[in-house]
Design a protein around this ligand. Sequence first.
Ligand code: URA
Length: 245
Amino acid sequence: MKALALEKILQSQGYGSRKWCRERIEGGDFRVDGQVFTDPKFQIDPSAHAFTVYEETFHYHEHVYLVLNKPSGYECSRSPTRHPGVLVLLSDAMRRREVQPVGRLDHDTTGLLLLSDDGGFIHRQSSPKYHVPKTYWAHTSEIVSEGDAEQLKQGVRLNDEPQPIAALSSKVIAPQTLEIVLSEGKYHQVKRMIAAIGHHCARLERVAIGKLTLSSLTLPEGSWRHLSEEERALLVAPPNTPPLN
Ligand code: URA
C-alpha cells in the first residue's frame, strides 16, 4: 500500500489531532515494530508494520469492521436518550474514527452488532436490497409450537404494513424459543411478528448475520473486536437469493 507519513498514520487511526500525534512522535512516544521513530513526516507503508503509542500496539486499518456482543441496556442510536449508547463500549480511538452501528437493535436486544466507519459497507449490510439474513432467537413468555413457526413463515400482518410480512425461515428450538430469520429490519420487527401470532417476546437475541454466528466468535457480552477478512466474507447473502424487488 502507498506510504504515509507517521503523523498521518497515527491521526487516521483515531488517536488524536494531527498536532497531538506530531507531538507524541517528536516526544519519542511512538514506535514502529518496537523501534522509536521521532520524525512525524517519515513515510512508511502502514500495512506492513505494527505501531505502538503509549504502550498500546495497533495495526493500520483504512476502515474498521467491528463486531460487538451487545448487552441489554444500551441504545444503538447516535444520540441516546434513555440508556447509554453502544459506542461507550468501544475504545476512544474507535469513537474518534466515528464508527457507527450497522442497523439498530432495541436497547434490550442482545447479541451480534456490527459497527464500521465504511459507509458503503454500512449501506450494503443494512439495505433490504442486499438480503443479508439476520437470525434471532425470540424467547417467549409462553410455550410455542411448530404451528407458530409456520405462521411466521407464511406471513403475518403488522399494523402499519400493507402486505403480510414473512420470515425467511422459522423453527422451534426450545419449548419457549423460536428461531426466526429475516432479511429486513423494520421497527421492532421480531417483537411485533411474535405479538402478531399471539405471543410475547420476553427476550431477544441476534445470533447470526449471514453465516457469521455469535457462538463462533467466543466474544463475552459487552466485548468487541475487529472482524477478520474471513469473517467479513460470511456476512454476505447466500448465493441464489432472489431479489426482493
Ligand atoms: N426486531 C426487534 O423487534 N428488535 C430488535 O432489536 C431487532 C429485531
